[in-house]
Design a protein around this ligand. Structure first.
Ligand SMILES: [Zn+2]
Length: 158
């Protein structure tokens, strides 16, 4: 496996905290549907958003992927393979209707979280949920029709 890096890297933990604080619920290391042994770092399964926080070295970040001095060719081939795998995973998920968000580990967690939250707001699923919930209050059902509708914006923020 190419994932020698610890999964609980500091940037990933920071991003997770921010998402959680924003009310997003997610699962970690979710298997990619139809692809054995590949996982989504942070998955918002309900809205089919897959977030990847790629380690700079293993995934070939243009700013930080240094060329090891020994076994150069072997390393180059290894990193190329990882990057090809990443592209393949992205394309596969997109074909399955997922929104794929890839970030570098070095990126600011605040910015990363903001992108994810924005994507969550834009997903068709989020829109569908909010329109359903205008007419129904799921927390106390059944309810009389006169019940005040739950505001769409409250739901969209989830
Ligand atoms: Zn980097």
């Amino acid at each position: 496996m190419s994932r020698q890096v610890s999964r609980d890297t500091a940037p990933e933990v920071a991003v997770r905290r921010l998402l959680y604080a924003a009310g997003l619920r997610y699962r970690l290391n979710v298997p990619v549907p139809g692809m054995r042994r590949r996982t989504i770092d942070i998955a918002l399964s309900g809205s089919k958003i897959a977030v990847f926080l790629d380690g700079c070295f293993w995934h070939g970040c243009p700013d930080h992927a240094t060329q090891p001095k020994s076994n150069t060719e072997w390393w180059r081939a290894k990193l190329d393979k990882n990057m090809a795998r990443d592209r393949e995973t992205t394309e596969h998920l997109q074909a399955e209707g997922w929104t794929v968000l890839r970030f570098w580990e070095h990126e600011n967690p605040q910015m990363v979280a903001q992108h994810v939250i924005e994507a969550r707001r834009r997903t068709p699923h989020a829109a569908r949920v909010s329109s359903l919930c205008q007419n129904r209050d799921w927390r106390a059902w059944p309810r009389p029709h006169s019940a005040a509708p739950t505001s769409a914006s409250t739901w969209a923020r989830r």
